[in-house]
Design a protein around this ligand. Structure first.
Ligand code: ZN
Length: 249
């Protein structure tokens, strides 16, 4: 069984298409999404339509923000969320499709399990909103508490920074492990990175392929100039949202 785990697509259609092409070439059996399909990017509708074809998906904080009243976002992010909601509400000639998109988003669970694997957007302690950053290795208490709630392997996104948190309290970046991590006998927390807005100073899309034995981090280049142009042409989207794609931050 080979699964592709994608997270934080954020309405970036060019990135999502490039990743799906890579996924197809690898011949995976299932595709999972860890939330934040929308928010920040210029193509929320198209991205939701593609994720609706995936096998499983959890709710992200930006998806929730588009559905209900956004809380705890920066003013730039909030503006993008309201614009995203307008895009999703626009019938666009197909009221039935609009209804199905809303239904899909509003029915997303916050977490699900498949065998020894747990899937969330943020963390198992607070699936929607908690960030687990690489710097949290200096906050042993926080990591210990989260690990206590994990059964075996937890897959998450939200920070847009890919890597592995070990039960011993270490963070391993994909580079440090040559992009491949053998699942340990104990527990592990794996951040799959972001498809549509990477923030680890590598602008290429990131996702992982999961088998029963190991996790492989994949990086995929995409025509980000096209996404940047779209963002810059939409007044409601902060130009910084285009800039950061180029830099991967
Ligand atoms: Zn996100």
């Amino acid at each position: 069984m080979k699964r592709a785990i994608l997270s934080d697509i954020h309405g970036n259609l060019e990135a999502l298409e490039a990743v799906l092409e890579d996924v197809r070439a690898l011949g995976v059996d299932e595709i999972f999404c860890l939330g934040d399909i929308v928010g920040y990017g210029p193509n929320p509708r198209e991205c939701v339509d593609r994720v609706m074809q995936f096998n499983r998906c959890v709710l992200g904080n930006h998806d929730q923000g588009a559905l209900y009243d956004p809380e705890g976002f920066s003013s730039g992010a909030e503006k993008a969320i309201f614009w995203t909601r307008d895009q999703l509400e626009m019938p666009n000639g197909d009221a039935e499709k609009t209804r199905k998109r809303w239904e899909f988003l509003s029915e997303l669970p916050r977490t699900f399990n498949v065998g020894p694997f747990t899937f969330v957007h943020g963390s198992v302690r607070n699936p929607l909103n908690e960030y687990v950053f690489p710097e949290d290795v200096y906050n042993a208490r926080k990591l210990e508490r989260i690990f206590a709630l994990i059964e075996r392997y937890c897959f998450q996104g939200h920070t847009h920074v890919p890597g592995v948190f070990t039960e011993e309290g270490k963070f391993l970046s994909p580079d440090e492990i040559n992009g491949k991590y053998v699942l340990p006998l104990g527990k592990a927390m794996i951040n799959v990175g972001s498809v549509g807005q990477p923030r680890d100073m590598d602008p290429r899309s990131c996702y992982v392929v999961l088998t029963e034995q190991f996790v492989e981090f994949r990086r995929v280049p995409y025509p980000l100039e096209r996404t940047m142009e779209k963002i810059l042409s939409i007044p409601e989207l902060d130009p910084f949202l285009a800039e950061r794609l180029k830099e991967g931050r």
